[in-house]
Design a protein around this ligand. Structure first.
Ligand SMILES: *[C@@H]1O[C@H](CO)[C@@H](O)[C@H](O)[C@H]1NC(C)=O
Ligand SMILES: *[C@@H]1O[C@H](CO)[C@@H](O)[C@H](O)[C@H]1NC(C)=O
Ligand SMILES: *[C@@H]1O[C@H](CO)[C@@H](O)[C@H](O)[C@H]1NC(C)=O
Length: 222
């Protein structure tokens, strides 16, 4: 591909032929041929802005760049195991105005011009929740005479869980599942699950009612 680079050179010329000095200006314009070999895109580099931890709800921009001549066009994709990849943005940076935890995943871009196409390394976006979201306690069906209370949340980073029973100081169990074996009416009461991660802690309550003689009447209210 042939391009022309043009410019101007300004020179001052002075003369002393007459008693008063004079100057006049010479303007030379020039054009030089400029050869730029056509070039397929190089491995694109990617960047995430802002860098560091990605907070849910924040604005995040992914930029793709590659040296190519003629200039490459850029496309962003999300890796989701789906062979039918949907391009997310074409020829612009990929912008999330309010990123959600469901946007977490691996992203990559491609740079393409007439001479070829290169795919960047993938970058991982891990959206951290501000709080422990959607915390809930569920209980399993009775199995023999034992029941599982399960505490869950959409926490990211993952939370750890501790179980307490009302009016008892020491924790009953740690971990997501609390198994009550040999369920009896005395097990009725309020159970708390406390979830904690580096961003905070939150409690959820389950009121368990065990009815004597009919363990199938296991009931709970939040
Ligand atoms: C990108 O460039 C290639 C090669 O020039 C072209 O075939 C393709 O349609 C372009 N894609 C976009 C989205 O502009
Ligand atoms: C409780 O959970 C454990 C571990 O997941 C499982 O093995 C067990 O069968 C469960 N028990 C009940 C009563 O659901
Ligand atoms: C739970 O996680 C928090 C924060 O990451 C940590 O400080 C605490 O020690 C953990 N507790 C348990 C029981 O692992």
């Amino acid at each position: 591909m042939l391009l022309w680079k043009c410019g101007a050179i300004l020179s001052l010329v002075s003369g002393e032929e007459i008693t008063i000095s004079f100057y006049f200006q010479l303007m030379t314009t020039y054009c030089l041929p400029l050869f730029s070999p056509p070039d397929a895109p190089k491995l694109p580099s990617t960047s995430v802005s802002p860098s560091g931890e990605t907070e849910e709800g924040s604005s995040v921009t992914l930029t793709c760049q590659s040296n190519a001549y003629p200039a490459a066009n850029y496309t962003w994709y999300k890796k989701n195991g789906n062979p039918e990849l949907q391009p997310l943005s074409e020829n612009t940076p990929l912008v999330f105005s309010s990123i959600q935890s469901s946007d977490s995943g691996e992203y990559y871009c491609t740079a393409e011009n007439e001479l070829g196409r290169r795919t960047s390394r993938s970058i991982s976006i891990d959206v951290k929740c501000e709080f422990l979201k959607d915390m809930r306690i569920t209980h399993s069906q009775l199995e023999g005479s034992s029941v599982n209370l399960t505490c869950s949340s959409d926490a990211n980073p993952a939370a750890n869980y501790t179980w307490y029973k009302e009016n008892e100081d020491s924790p009953k169990a740690s971990g997501q599942i609390f198994t009550i074996t040999d369920v009896r009416p005395e097990h009725s009461g309020n159970y708390y699950c406390e979830a904690q991660n580096s961003r905070g802690r939150q409690k959820s309550t389950l009121h368990l009612i065990v009815v004597a003689g009919n363990y199938n009447n296991l009931a709970h209210t939040r």
